[in-house]
Design a protein around this ligand. Structure first.
Ligand SMILES: NC(=O)c1ccc[n+]([C@@H]2O[C@H](COP(=O)([O-])OP(=O)(O)OC[C@H]3O[C@@H](n4cnc5c(N)ncnc54)[C@H](O)[C@@H]3O)[C@@H](O)[C@H]2O)c1
Length: 444
């Protein structure tokens, strides 16, 4: 099958590369010329483990191509997958301008019966808006061409995106015509043959499924952060509680780690967009509002811990930050808790020495540039270099290389021995025995 993927970001590139790997002929389109030029030369614009090799292998045999021209790409295919961004609008709703721009362009150039797959995360009812946008362009051209709009939300996790795409828990297909179902089943046949569970449903149901999934994950995190806050006040160790509740198969082990709050390109914006959807539908999303509120508070926790150790005036103080990406395994900085922390540290006048194994470049662009802030942010190239002369070390993102640091070395390097562990990676007693003041989330 020939397929066009529009939008060559985290989702579009992974989708395109993995479908090519499964034997489809894929053309990835993006409006960013530099991105496409780079991809043509084999430069992958994002960090996603394993993606480079798949792109390289499939590009070499001609199964994966890149272009900035959607009309050119459309000449070879009748299946178009929209994977452009849906960033939050000012009111928290999903900004559909990119999705609808692509829909209009498809309508301007479609020549044969087509299937339009929406893989971007979009509010319920967006497929109807995509259909209307395409219809309007067809009407302008005075042509009648049949087409379907399918919802096929993506559930991959950055950092393990290749595995998630290749071995999905489920593939959700919102399809409402026999033709669309046949095309989608054919597209995913190689996955179904390997045992992937394909769940067919109506388009609106599929659109909602994506939001419900992310809202559930965010709820679990905020719930556990709330329990952690309570544990801190009651002299309880949240890690024992976590172990105790996760043994219940109804609860399980995933997404119940307390920490620095959730970030990333999906959970924050999707919770907000779902809440907006609820408001627009005249329904008060009390739970979603609380989930978001708890997360906003949690993102400030690490700064509160630093200031409880060093005070609120951090002029002349140096704070080392380990990990900037919103989670390990990615260079994605969107809504990362590190941004909230660094912003507060700079406002309080600190010198921040930050280190991340993969996200330095994206962090340079994402970090606040507040001219009022008195502090200074420096990006370091090595984790121990960041700690030199520091008055506190804050672990924000739990990359594996931070899991078992050389504490003796830290003790000699740091000016003042404070460790703030935003991910409960270390054993409180052990760290304290080595002479550190130590704070973590939800542990006495
Ligand atoms: N990143 C994730 O982990 C993830 C997971 C599941 C779902 N999603 C959803 O998938 C969608 C894409 O997310 P992403 O993280 O890949 O975004 P991204 O920002 O990494 O990539 C989007 C790409 O689309 C391109 N683009 C924008 N307008 C275009 C147009 N008119 N024509 C061609 N290209 C255009 C941009 O240049 C960019 O390269 C979002 O709706 C997101 O919510 C993301």
């Amino acid at each position: 099958m020939n397929i066009v993927i529009v939008g060559s970001g985290y989702v579009g590139l992974v989708t395109g590369a993995c479908l090519a790997e499964k034997g489809q002929h894929v053309t990835c389109v993006d409006i960013s010329e530099s991105r496409i030029e780079g991809l043509k030369r084999g430069v992958v614009p994002i960090y996603e483990p394993g993606l480079d090799e798949i792109i390289d292998r499939n590009a070499k045999v001609g199964r994966l191509e890149f272009t900035t021209s959607l009309p050119d790409a459309m000449k070879k295919a009748q299946v178009y997958c929209i994977a452009v961004g849906t960033p939050p609008d000012e009111d928290g709703s999903a900004d559909l301008s990119h999705v609808l721009a692509v829909a209009r362009e498809i309508g301007q150039h479609m020549t044969e019966r087509s299937v339009i797959i929406n893989k971007s995360t979009v509010p319920v009812g967006t497929a109807d808006r995509v259909r209307a946008a395409v219809d309007a362009e067809l009407a302008r051209r005075g042509v009648q061409i049949e087409f379907d709009v399918v919802s096929n939300p993506e559930f991959l996790k950055e950092g393990v995106a290749i595995k998630d795409f290749m071995e999905p828990d489920r593939i959700v297909l919102g399809v409402e015509s026999g033709h669309a179902r046949q095309v989608m089943d054919e597209l995913y046949a190689p996955f179904a043959q390997e045992g992937a569970r394909i769940i067919h449903m109506r388009v609106r149901d599929a659109e909602m499924t994506k939001y419900a999934a992310n809202a559930m994950l965010a709820t679990r995190i905020s719930f556990m952060n709330e329990i952690a806050g309570l544990c801190e006040r009651l002299g309880v160790d949240v890690e024992s509680v976590r172990e105790g509740i996760s043994a219940d198969p109804r609860i399980g082990t995933r997404f119940i780690r307390p920490g620095a709050g959730y970030g990333g390109s999906c959970l924050p914006k999707d919770v907000r967009a779902l809440a907006r959807m609820a408001h627009s539908a005249g329904f008060d999303p009390v739970l979603l509002s609380a989930v978001e509120h708890r997360n906003d508070q949690q993102k400030s926790r690490l700064y509160e811990m630093v200031s409880s150790e060093l005070g609120d005036d951090l002029r002349g103080k140096t704070v080392a930050v380990w990990g900037l990406a919103f989670k390990p395994g990615t260079d994605d900085m969107r809504e990362a808790p590190s941004i909230t922390l660094v912003e507060s540290l700079l406002k309080a006048g600190a010198l921040v020495r930050a280190y991340d194994p993969e996200a330095t470049e994206t962090a340079r662009r994402a970090m606040p540039q507040d001219p009022q802030a008195e502090g200074t942010l420096r990006f370091m190239t090595e984790q121990y270099e960041a700690v030199e002369g520091a008055d506190a070390l804050v672990l924000v993102t739990e990359w594996p290389q931070f899991r078992a640091p050389d504490f003796a070395r830290l003790r000699t390097q740091m000016r003042y021995p404070v460790v703030i562990d935003g991910r409960n990676q270390y054993q409180p007693d052990e760290v304290r025995e080595m002479g550190f003041r130590y704070q973590s989330v939800g542990r006495p």
